[in-house]
Ligand binder design. Sequence first.
Ligand SMILES: Cc1cc2nc3c(=O)[nH]c(=O)nc-3n(C[C@H](O)[C@H](O)[C@H](O)COP(=O)(O)OP(=O)(O)OC[C@H]3O[C@@H](n4cnc5c(N)ncnc54)[C@H](O)[C@@H]3O)c2cc1C
Length: 538
Amino acid sequence: MSEAPRPFTDAEMRTLARYGESRTVESGEVLRRAGDRTGTLFVLESASADAVREATVLRAEAVVASFAPRSPLGEVNLLMGHRAFLTVRVTRPGQVIHIERDALRRLMAHEDALARLLLMTFTRRREHLLDHAAECLEIVGSVDTARGLALRSFLTRMSVPHRWHEPTSPQGRTACDHAGLTAADLPAAFRAQGVTTQVTPEFVAAWWGLADVPGSGSPVLDVAVVGAGPAGMAAAVGCASEGLSTVVVDATGPGGQAGTSSRIENYLGFPAGLSGADLATRAALQALKFGAHLLAPARVTAVEPTADGHQRVDLSSGARLTARTVVLATGVTYRRLGVPDEEEFLGAGLHHAATAVEAGLVAGRPCVVVGGANSAGQAAVFLAQHGCHVTVVLRSGDLRAGMSQYLVDRITASESIDVLPGATVTALTGSIDGLEVHLDRPGSTGPLAAAGVFSLIGGTPHADMFDGERDATGYVLTHPHVAAPRPGALMYETSQRNVFAVGDVRAGSLRRVAAAAGEGASVVASLHEALRRAHQPA
Ligand SMILES: Cc1cc2nc3c(=O)[nH]c(=O)nc-3n(C[C@H](O)[C@H](O)[C@H](O)COP(=O)(O)OP(=O)(O)OC[C@H]3O[C@@H](n4cnc5c(N)ncnc54)[C@H](O)[C@@H]3O)c2cc1C
């Protein structure tokens, strides 16, 4: 695993010592065991230590990295409060600075240069874990099944280090034989604690502590952000960086719709574009650096005012948060094609995103992309780059009606992409080994054969957890567009006092990454005002 970019200087060691306590450690002492919650930052003063991947039924124990004096131990999960992937064992006795969780948060907020150095070190180490040391969690599963695809997408989106083996691969077959597993047991996880069958995202989240609700006795939060897409993450970064106690809750993981985009090219500051997964990881790190707490996967089922003027946020797990203010940043969910037996094809040939995971399933084979907006255009270009012959099926008569010109130009210039305007999908038949896409289109000569169908036809708002005012199509109304505007209501405030809505879920929003992030950043001023106002009677 990568070392810190350089050993800490004398001055940096003195600063670190101010936030923690120096203790003597002995050779062989375990500072942290894989699976422990990683609240404490250890900084080696004179001691040395190894990071060790513990033995699993598939592999013997291995040293992943050795750390010399004047280096920090740990990686990104230290900031996230998640459990450790590796065990850390002292190899040379000496002194170690222990910096507890709250002190670490203060350090990250107040010591800018050190915070940047630590963040860079932790991020590099997570990248190293993702690339080279992921055997602490090995999964055997098939991305051709809905369960397998859901798990793989979750692990990728949450940047959980792991190795994925298809059951037909030599490693997958060996692992299944070793543990006596059948297809019904998959996906199965192999880790130091043993073998677990039928693994779900919820299992992994519970295991690593990804969805742990802050202690039940915790005080009332300043802000609960519902949704960790661009709008929610921008709000969380703004709130946490300005010292507000902030929790972000997401039903799947950070990134939102943007997290499913193969390449976002119109976001300021990234001339070569950036992938949605990259944007999600960067945003999560930034929010966590400032002390926001991220819960995922955790679905919010209700946001209701309490008698004492707070907001109660109910989670589907039965857990509950209490906050002075709530930001709804729940975006939209993909719209169904409306064809018979649609659910059965989901994840088994029919997809609502075209990331590297889905592209890997169909590479080199014909595909159909349904939709006429930017998301459909990006998917078509991305799949063509993976060797697919792509047919874009759109209801309107012209690509330019709903797509940015740069994508229209790329599609028009590509020999691998055909466009069928004025067409509607009426049915899907076949199986995951080969779908037939039936169209309602004048002059259609029969179904299109496709290895994958990518349905990107827009969405409907995610606002069922909210009882306040919405427009006829379900989008949340904010002031001044609510039926009876309240005097003194704040920007982005909904009809429910102290509940705000930003991003795609808000009626009238622009449905773009930059616009959503802008609204998320802007709502912070309203939240400050609402918190100040909270001391006054309603
Ligand atoms: C494939 C694709 C490509 C795109 N490409 C571009 C592009 O290149 N440029 C561009 O500007 N825009 C693009 N867009 C649009 C852009 O992604 C959205 O406008 C933007 O993501 C909206 O951000 P948001 O935070 O408002 O909502 P979302 O991104 O939709 O995020 C909402 C989040 O809320 C969570 N959530 C919903 N309900 C609940 C609940 N009950 N409890 C907890 N969590 C919940 C969801 O899991 C989700 O993570 C693209 C969209 C797609 C689908």
